[in-house]
Design a protein around this ligand. Structure first.
Ligand SMILES: [Zn+2]
Ligand SMILES: [Zn+2]
Length: 346
């Protein structure tokens, strides 16, 4: 089969590789589309501790079931079904799963890389994390279920409530999905700080009040207070991987509010936090990563049901043969979500 193989930073090649080998209960998915995630792009640019080359990246996947090995592990799946697949599922048996924090599971089951014509969905992921797409028209939207599920987890962790003022630092694909989700959750006002004009305009078009933090003389903290009757935002999501953005967030949150580190920071990063804001102001500094199958299903349902308007977060679509162009475009800042069209479902 055709696959996009990652051979190391800056080195992606479209190659022919062996088809996946199925075990009892597994499903072979013919990939229709797979979204480029921030993690994929980071890995392409500078490597990632989770991916040892050569390997196949890609996990925001939708496609058609082309083969089921043995008896289906779920009665409602059949060859020909169009599905979105959560790229990992919890074990439901470890201490974290038993305490209702399945996203922290220490024994997750994973799919393999999905920038390929076919991907093996292990039986465990078939039974816990594979969901039908209601209509073929929703197939591209369904690629956003995985990133939106991460937003659902973060928004639930940080308890976004009706009429909250939410601030989002960084209006890339994740920041914009977070914006849409918080609107759907009843936020009364959304503030967005983003230096890139293209992305800032996208946030403004979606109803956010925006600021360019790079504009000289800009005091983002003072601006956030002005926008919130002098107190600061109820919840601030840091949707960019930079410690300075966390510092900025701590200057924009109200007393008793929450700052959520949603963008990954390199391990070994250090923050300097004035403990007064944690103690006297009771600010909660937290972070969120990943999602549960329920949150993935929630995200998929919101997307396909039209509860959130996220289609225009997808700005580009490339054929699998143009994978390198797609990754270069994703690195440019002039795009949002990019999909690779694979046609393994044909
Ligand atoms: Zn992703
Ligand atoms: Zn577990």
């Amino acid at each position: 089969m055709k696959a996009v193989v990652y051979h190391g930073p800056g080195d992606l090649r479209v190659e022919n590789v062996d088809d996946p080998v199925l075990e009892e209960g597994d499903v072979l998915l013919g990939v229709s589309y797979c979204g480029l995630c921030g993690t994929d792009v980071k890995t392409y640019k500078r490597g990632h501790h989770m991916f040892t080359p050569p390997c196949i990246l890609g996990h925001e996947v939708v496609g058609r079931i082309v083969e089921i090995a043995g008896e289906p592990v779920k009665p409602d799946i059949a060859v020909g079904d169009m599905v979105a697949v959560a790229p990992y599922v919890p074990c439901y048996g470890c201490a974290y799963c038993r305490s209702g924090r399945e996203e922290l599971c220490t024994n997750k089951g994973f799919i393999e890389g999905a920038f390929a014509e076919y991907v093996r969905i292990p039986a465990e992921v078939v039974s816990k994390g594979t969901f039908h797409i209601p209509s073929e028209e929703d197939i591209k939207l369904a690629c956003l279920a995985e990133p939106l599920a991460c937003c659902v987890n973060a928004a639930q962790d940080s308890r976004v409530r009706l009429a909250d003022t939410v601030m989002i630092i960084g209006a890339g694909p994740m920041g914009l999905l977070m914006l849409e989700l918080c609107k759907a959750m009843g936020a009364s006002k959304i503030l967005v700080s983003e230096p890139n004009g293209f992305r800032r305009n996208k946030a403004a078009e979606r109803g956010a009040v925006v600021i360019d933090p790079a504009c000289s003389g800009t005091d983002v903290s003072a601006w956030a207070k002005e926008q919130t009757d002098g107190i600061g935002a109820d919840v601030v999501f840091v949707c960019v991987g930079a410690t300075e953005a966390v510092d900025a967030a701590l200057g924009c949150v109200r007393k008793g509010g929450t700052v959520n580190i949603f963008g990954g920071l390199p391990s070994g990063s250090r923050l300097t936090v004035d403990p007064h804001i944690l103690h006297y102001d009771e600010v909660i500094l937290t972070g969120s990563f990943g999602f549960t199958p329920l949150q993935f299903h929630t995200a998929l349902t919101m997307l396909t049901g039209g509860a959130i308007d996220a289609g225009s977060v997808i700005t580009h679509e490339f054929d699998v043969d143009q994978a390198v162009e797609a990754f270069d475009m994703a690195s440019s800042g002039e795009s949002l979500k990019i999909l690779l069209k694979v046609d393994g479902d044909a």
